[in-house]
Write a protein that binds this ligand. Structure first.
Ligand code: THU
Length: 136
């Protein structure tokens, strides 16, 4: 990654960590924060929001993406997901599919733990041989 990307990564990591405390997860106890940078330069954040009817839980990723779309996002340039977890968080299958809808080969996805231990992925790493708009 070049220096510009490093700065973006740090900024988004700060944003994702900054909203972690707002996660609503009384049932699992797992807090997740997501921050993304759009192709037009805007930053959005989201957290996981659980529900007493467990299946209605919304993951942080599927919270931030609709927010960003509402504000006009076309593509995700950079996505950071931080879990309040010992190891870097791993998005569920549903989130991988939703991330892929708004990503391309340039999209950088960083999955981190609460102490900024992280790894870097492309959307194809997370969801190879995906179903997408090209199949419709
Ligand atoms: N969760 C996320 O928000 N994002 C992930 O990448 C993995 C899991 C949430 C959903 C639920 O509130 C809790 O973590 C445990 O599954």
């Amino acid at each position: 990654m070049d220096n510009g990307s490093m700065m973006t990564e740090e900024r988004l990591m700060d944003e994702a960590k900054g909203v972690l405390h707002n996660a609503y997860s009384p049932y699992s106890g797992i807090k997740v924060g997501a921050a993304l940078l759009t192709s037009s330069g805007n930053i959005h954040t989201g957290v996981n929001v659980e529900n007493a009817s467990y299946g209605l839980t919304i993951c942080a990723e599927r919270n931030v993406i609709p927010t960003a779309i509402t504000q006009g996002m076309k593509k995700i340039k950079f996505l950071v997901v931080t879990g309040g977890t010992p190891e870097p968080i791993s998005p569920c299958g549903a989130c991988r599919q939703v991330i892929s809808e708004f990503s391309d080969d340039e999209t950088i996805i960083i999955l981190a733990n609460k102490d900024r231990k992280y790894n870097i992925w492309s959307v194809n790493d997370l969801l190879p041989y995906s179903f997408g708009p090209k199949h419709l």
